[in-house]
Design a protein around this ligand. Structure first.
Ligand SMILES: C[S@@+](CC[C@H](N)C(=O)[O-])C[C@H]1O[C@@H](n2cnc3c(N)ncnc32)[C@H](O)[C@@H]1O
Length: 326
C-alpha cells in the first residue's frame, strides 16, 4: 500500500519518544513488504502498533466524534486551506521549505498536507482516528509523519521544531493550558508557535451555547448528524445566515460539505472551551515567548469588525503567534 511506508521516515521517527518512559523509539517490526508495523522503546521495551503508516501511541474515547467527522467529510480545499493557514499562523507557506514543523492536532490532515507539499518536514499529531485520513493524505510525502498521540503529554522530543501550529485544537482538550505548555516546549529556541482558539462570546451567547451543547454532546451521531444537516440548510438562507447564527451557532460557509462538517464539529465534541485574547497572550508570555502578535480574523467589514470587537461572532477565534526566547 502506498501509505504504508513509515520505514522511509527514520529521521522523523527519531523525534518520537516513548509515552511511558520518554526514551527513544525504534522500528521493531516490518511486514513482508518492508513497511513498519511496530515501534519499540529501547529502554522499557513497550511496543506500539503502526497501522497504515501511523504510529498509534495513545487513543482516547473523548475525541471519537473527530475520528468520525474527519473520516466522513472530505474537507480538503487547497486554495481555502492555504488562505486559512496564512491567516491563522501568520506564516507564508513558501517559507516552510526544509523546516521542521509540528501540526498539533492535525485532524484529517489538511494543513499537514499543505506543509508537506511545500517541502516541510512535518509531523501531524492527533489523538483521534482522524489520523487514518491524515495518514493517507500525507502518504505520498516521505518527509511527513502522522502520529496518533495525546497533546497533553506529546511523545515528542522537546526544543526541536522550527514551527509548531495548532488550529482549533487546544480548546477541545480537558486542560487547554496544559496542552499549550506541552506544545510550546516542542518549539526550538528562536522557533515560532501559532495558536488559534475559540473566542469567548458575550455571556448570554455562552450560556445558551453551553445549554445546547449539554444536549447535543449526549446525542448519538445518527441523531446529531441529521440535525447538523438541518442547520446546514439554515446556513444557506440569506436572511438567517448572518443573523440567527449570532444566537445559536451554525456555519454559513458557502460549501455544503464544509457547512455540515462545521456544524458537527461544533456540537459533537465532548470538550469545548472559549478563551480571551489576554488569556492566550498570558500563556505565550508564561511559556517564554516574545515578539507576540495578535493575528486578525480572515473576515472584515464595518459590521463584522463591530461585532467581532464585542465578541459577538460565535465560532470566531483568538489567534496569537510568537517566537520562543533563545
Ligand atoms: C476541530 S479539529 C481541528 C483539526 C485541524 N487542526 C483542522 O483545523 O483541520 C480538533 C482536533 O483536535 C484533536 N484533539 C483534541 N484533543 C486532543 C489531544 N489531547 N491530543 C491530540 N489531539 C487532540 C481532535 O482529535 C481533532 O482532530
Amino acid at each position: 500500500m502506498l501509505y504504508n511506508r513509515l520505514i522511509m521516515n527514520h529521521d522523523l521517527v527519531s523525534l518520537l519518544r516513548c509515552p511511558r518512559c520518554r526514551d527513544s523509539l525504534s522500528i521493531s517490526g516490518t511486514d513482508t513488504a518492508g513497511s513498519c508495523t511496530q515501534l519499540e522503546c529501547a529502554a522499557c521495551r513497550a511496543s506500539y502498533p503502526v497501522v497504515d503508516g501511523v504510529p498509534r501511541l495513545h487513543v482516547q474515547e473523548y475525541v471519537a466524534s473527530f475520528g468520525r467527522q474527519w473520516n466522513r467529510y472530505d474537507v480538503v480545499r487547497d486554495d481555502e486551506d492555504e488562505a486559512v493557514f496564512r491567516v491563522k499562523t501568520g506564516v507564508d507557506p513558501r517559507d516552510l521549505v526544509g523546516k521542521l514543523v509540528l501540526d498539533a492536532g492535525c485532524g484529517g490532515g489538511r494543513y499537514a498536507l499543505l506543509a508537506a507539499r511545500q517541502g516541510a518536514r512535518i509531523v501531524g499529531l492527533d489523538l483521534s482516528d482522524a489520523v487514518n485520513r491524515a495518514g493517507k493524505l500525507c502518504a505520498p510525502y516521505p518527509e511527513a509523519l502522522v502520529v496518533q498521540a495525546d497533546l497533553l503529554d506529546p511523545p515528542l522530543v522537546e526544543d526541536a521544531f522550527d514551527l509548531v501550529f495548532s488550529i482549533g485544537v487546544l480548546h477541545h482538550s480537558p486542560d487547554p493550558r496544559r496542552a499549550f505548555d506541552a506544545i510550546a516546549r516542542r518549539v526550538k529556541p528562536g522557533g515560532r508557535l501559532a495558536v488559534w482558539l475559540y473566542r469567548r462570546n458575550s455571556l448570554p451567547q455562552e450560556w445558551l451555547n453551553s445549554a445546547l451543547r449539554a444536549v447535543t454532546t449526549r446525542l448519538p451521531a445518527r441523531v446529531l448528524e441529521p440535525a447538523c444537516v438541518a442547520l446546514g440548510v439554515l446556513g444557506s438562507i440569506p436572511i438567517l445566515k448572518k443573523s440567527l447564527n449570532k444566537v445559536i451557532n451554525f456555519s454559513n460557509h458557502p460549501d455544503w460539505t464544509l457547512r455540515v462538517c462545521d456544524n458537527f464539529d461544533w456540537y459533537a465534541p465532548r470538550h469545548q472551551s472559549h478563551h480571551t485574547e489576554r488569556e492566550l497572550l498570558d500563556w505565550f508570555e508564561g511559556a517564554g515567548f516574545a515578539d507576540l502578535r495578535v493575528l486578525p480574523p480572515a473576515h472584515s467589514g464595518k459590521l463584522y469588525d463591530w461585532a467581532f470587537g464585542r465578541n459577538l461572532i460565535i465560532g470566531s477565534g483568538v489567534n496569537v503567534t510568537g517566537t520562543r526566547r533563545s
